[in-house]
Design a binder for this molecule. Structure first.
Ligand code: XMP
Length: 513
């Protein structure tokens, strides 16, 4: 049976990934494309439905992203959100103007319940608005199906042509019945079967990997993070000992983490693969000596990683394929965006250049993080690993401001361990998107017993976020923060202050470097 696809066309809105995730949550496979994708290429992929995302621009400006109007004649249902909705109005001959009153945040929407998207929705429902322009006049053939106090055309449709437009964002949680609208579009309008499931993903991938690899050898760099661990497990299920995993312990991991990875994947673990651990901590410390500049630190850590990986690969001998734990967010972020480079992120230092191989295997390339986690559970990985928090490739190297030293590593590791232990005890472990201790480069005066101290300040960071692109500081109860502070200053030598980082992202990033 042909694989079903919903195409999300990205107009630069901040929720593009969220839209694709929501669609997949409804059991339909979705992919994101640039809005200027060639229509022939789009047609070749045979999408059964198309969604236009929001975006920051104004459709009536020439430099804004437009769309080839022939897309409306392809006979594929289209749904537009926010900018995407305005674009539909504009391209089809309606009118879009700056709104007399902009709307931001939660807004009451009144709907016509006979409209295609709203049959299961309440007559008045709360939706999330964020716009300065609005549709002033609907194009010919469209009927108005929803409005708010300040937005007379908040929803419109041309049922005959299968074109639907929503001024608000049904994909965000604050749009209380948004899911029902997306569901109606997928099933009542596009007529998807909806057979995108994780269990079939696992068996399909195992088969695909076997077919591609044949009798060849595969090499994977295992970091112990969720993505590479799930990739390793999937590959091991498919090809067993044809797989070798190299785990470079750069000495910048959290407390006990290296041993935990070895316990799962090493020779005593339950997976039958060739696991090689390289303890490179001392070498890294040497290379990082005296280096303070964050990007330079990242570069050194990334390059060294690749060199070590190459050396180990040489020992293994010829390999046919290199495997990577790349996930869909990596693909979207590096392939679609044209934003500025804030940090040299993600896959630590690119691909090794000195290993010859026939091809790359990226079994998780199409999956979002929560889907990767579901696959991990399906494959029987321990929950502690599957729900592990995101941890940057350069590890504690970017959680220690300034030079990385053995003493600083000890401090940040011990402080972070206490922090994690207390958060777990408080039952907040899964409620906070990401939390960790970092070490400021600041030393200040304190007093302990009768003695003056001149010690470091530990920074506690905790954020709430859906996509890690923007984040807010987490509201951890004060008593818990105090308990953590108490334990850190008492148990970790070399610390006399604990600071809680209140910054959101932007302007702060999640990591400190
Ligand atoms: P920032 O600091 O950019 O982090 O707000 C966003 C998310 O990405 C993680 N992060 C990294 N992940 N390699 C990674 O694999 C990296 O170099 C890297 N730097 C940051 C960070 O932990 C957060 O979840």
């Amino acid at each position: 049976m042909e694989k079903e696809l919903l195409a999300v066309l990205d107009f630069g809105g901040q929720y593009n990934q969220l839209i694709a995730r929501r669609v997949r949550d409804e059991g339909v496979y979705a992919e994101i494309y640039r809005s200027d994708i060639d229509l022939e290429k789009l047609r070749e992929r045979r999408p059964k439905g198309i969604i236009f995302t929001g975006g920051p621009q104004s459709v009536y400006r020439e430099e804004s992203q437009h769309i080839d109007p022939r897309i409306f004649d392809m006979g594929i249902p289209i749904l537009g959100f926010c900018y995407g909705a305005q674009l539909i109005a504009y391209e089809l001959g309606g009118e879009v103007k700056k709104a007399p009153i902009s709307e931001y945040g939660r807004t009451e929407l009144s709907v016509d319940r006979s409209a295609g998207l709203f049959r299961e929705v309440s007559e008045r429902t709360s939706v999330w608005m964020s716009h300065t322009d609005y549709i002033a006049r609907a194009p010919e053939g469209f009927s108005i199906t929803g409005s708010t106090e300040n937005c007379p055309i908040a929803a419109m449709e041309d049922e005959k042509r299968g074109i639907y437009a929503l001024q608000f964002h049904p994909e965000v949680q604050h749009s209380v019945e948004g899911r029902k609208m997306i569901h109606a579009f997928l099933y009542d309008i596009c007529h998807f079967r909806g057979d995108w499931r994780m269990d079939s993903f696992v068996s399909d991938q195992i088969e695909a990997i076997r077919e591609k690899v044949g009798g060849g050898k595969v090499l994977l760099a295992l970091s112990g993070g969720v993505d590479s661990s799930v990739a390793a497990t999937l590959l091991s299920k498919a090809i067993g000992r044809q797989l070798s995993c190299v785990f470079v312990d750069h000495g910048l991991l959290r407390k006990y983490e290296g041993d935990e990875v070895e316990a799962v994947f090493g020779s005593t673990g339950k997976y039958d693969l060739n696991f090689i651990r390289v303890n490179a901590g001392p070498l890294y410390l040497e290379k990082l000596k005296g280096v303070e500049e964050p990007e330079q630190k990242r570069r050194i850590i990334g390059e060294r990683f690749i060199r070590i990986f190459e050396q180990e690969a040489k020992k293994i001998g010829a390999v046919d394929f290199l495997a990577q734990g790349t996930i869909y967010a990596d693909v979207v972020e590096s392939g679609l965006g044209n934003g500025a480079v804030i940090k040299s992120h993600h896959n630590v230092g690119g691909l090794p250049k000195n290993i010859e191989f026939r091809g790359i295997i990226e079994p998780l390339r199409d999956l979002f993080k929560d889907e990767v986690r579901r696959v991990g559970l399906e494959l029987g990985l321990p929950e502690s690993l599957v729900y592990r928090q995101p941890f940057p490739g350069p590890g504690l190297g970017v959680r220690i401001i300034g030079e990385v030293t053995e003493e600083k590593l000890r401090i940040v590791r011990d402080a972070d361990f206490i922090y994690r232990e207390e958060i777990k005890k408080a039952g907040l472990e899964r409620k906070i998107s990401q939390y960790f201790a970092a070490l400021s480069n600041m030393r200040s005066v304190g007093v302990m017993g009768d003695f003056r101290t001149y010690d470091y300040a530990v920074v506690l960071r905790a954020v709430e976020t859906d996509d890690f692109m923007s984040a807010e500081c987490s509201n951890i109860p004060f008593e818990i923060l105090q308990r953590i502070m108490n334990r850190i200053v008492n148990e970790v030598k070399g610390v006399n202050r604990v600071l809680y980082d209140l910054s959101s992202k932007p302007p702060g990033t999640i990591e400190l470097e």
